[in-house]
Design a protein around this ligand. Structure first.
Ligand SMILES: NC(=O)c1ccc[n+]([C@@H]2O[C@H](COP(=O)([O-])OP(=O)(O)OC[C@H]3O[C@@H](n4cnc5c(N)ncnc54)[C@H](O)[C@@H]3O)[C@@H](O)[C@H]2O)c1
Length: 335
């Protein structure tokens, strides 16, 4: 019988790609998404249309906050694995709209964890973010580093979900993996993210706002590398005695729980990333240099040794190649 995977946020950027990979590999997938209008719903519908071409895909439209609907969806499907990628994303929007983040990310994730506990799910994988490292100055970021000082409300909700998950994992011995994503980009990406806005404006000859005068670094991770990492983790289920095996202090001592970075392990200067876009588009950007934004961090860089030890994870995509692939898709999708 095909393994059943329940994926929240399946119409979102990462959720779409992850769902597609499992379907391509012969798994049965039930997607769950509110199809909210935080960004272009048309893009979410296009992703969903592609997934609906697969016979092994089913879809439930719903809000994580509505516990009864979420439970119905999960209990009817009876998955053995849940991958929770639905969330209100975006650092900037969280400054003006914190309540949405509390509802979707904290209450919503609690509902997913509670359902996973009731169904005795084999492995619950939850999407978190490099933003939980806040303004830490020690690079690269390691899972063992202190993460007590988030600088955006978004990041604070992500950190909260990690804590909620650990408590449930410890209380009920529920196997949970938390994945801290580092700036994910690629085809079918999120229109609210900087590289997407830059592309749109460069093509239209409109100015692009560059914060902190471009002196910012990001560990840009190409979507296919993220999907590879998640896929390889499917059956690597966290166990209580994993500390002995991996000798890594970031693994829980009291729960089948682990936190793993998933990034490209290279930090790229924002201005270099923009240069690569300009080069591929054969057009110069009209640059407006701005001060640092509230809630933003100067730099991110992942250490992914633990994920590599567990799965052999090996991100391959250089940012210049990833940008090419993104632009191919973008120019084709938007004609
Ligand atoms: N893309 C990145 O660079 C990045 C970086 C760090 C962390 N993350 C995390 O990865 C996960 C996926 O992000 P993404 O980039 O695919 O974002 P996305 O916005 O494209 O996808 C999230 C999906 O969740 C759905 N959703 C939001 N709130 C919901 C709710 N309350 N109930 C049901 N559905 C809801 C949205 O409609 C959307 O389709 C999120 O947890 C995000 O915080 C992403």
């Amino acid at each position: 019988m095909k393994t059943k995977i329940f994926i929240t946020g399946s119409s979102g950027f990462i959720g779409f790609h992850v769902s597609k990979r499992y379907l391509d590999k012969g798994f049965k997938v039930c997607g769950f998404d509110s199809m909210n209008n935080y960004y272009d719903v048309g893009l979410k519908k296009s992703r969903l249309r592609i997934l609906k071409n697969y016979k092994s895909f089913s879809f439930i439209k719903g809000n994580l906050e509505n516990q009864r609907n979420l439970n119905n969806a999960i209990y009817n499907f009876k998955p053995s694995i849940i991958i929770h990628l639905a969330a209100q994303a975006g650092v900037r929007y969280s400054i003006q709209n914190p309540q949405v983040y509390l509802n979707s990310n904290v209450v919503g994730t609690y509902h997913v964890i509670e359902a996973a506990k009731k169904l005795k799910i084999k492995h619950l994988i939850i999407g978190s973010s490099s933003s939980v490292y806040g303004a830490n100055k020690k690079f690269p970021f390691q899972e063992i580093d202190k993460t007590d000082n988030q600088v955006s409300f978004y990041a604070a909700t992500k950190k909260s979900t990690e804590n909620l998950a650990h408590s449930y994992s410890s209380l009920w011995k529920l196997p949970i993996t938390i994945l801290r994503f580092f700036t994910v980009y690629g085809p079918w990406g999120r229109p609210d993210m900087a590289y997407f806005k830059f592309t749109k404006n460069i093509i239209k000859g409109k100015k692009i706002d560059i914060y902190n005068r471009g002196k910012m670094y990001r560990d840009y991770t190409y979507i296919d590398d993220i999907v590879d990492g998640i896929f390889k983790l499917t059956n690597k289920i966290p166990k209580l005695n994993q500390l002995k095996k991996y000798k890594n202090d970031s693994l829980s001592r009291v729960a089948p729980f682990r936190i793993l970075n998933i990034g490209n392990t290279k930090k790229i200067l924002l201005l270099d990333f923009i240069n690569a876009l300009e080069k591929e588009l054969k057009k110069k950007a009209v640059k407006k240099f701005m001060p640092m934004q509230k809630g933003d961090v100067y730099s991110t860089l992942s250490d992914t040794k633990l994920l590599k030890r567990i799965t052999g994870y090996n991100p391959k995509t250089k940012y210049q190649d990833g940008i090419k692939k993104f632009l191919n898709w973008y120019l084709n999708y938007y004609n």
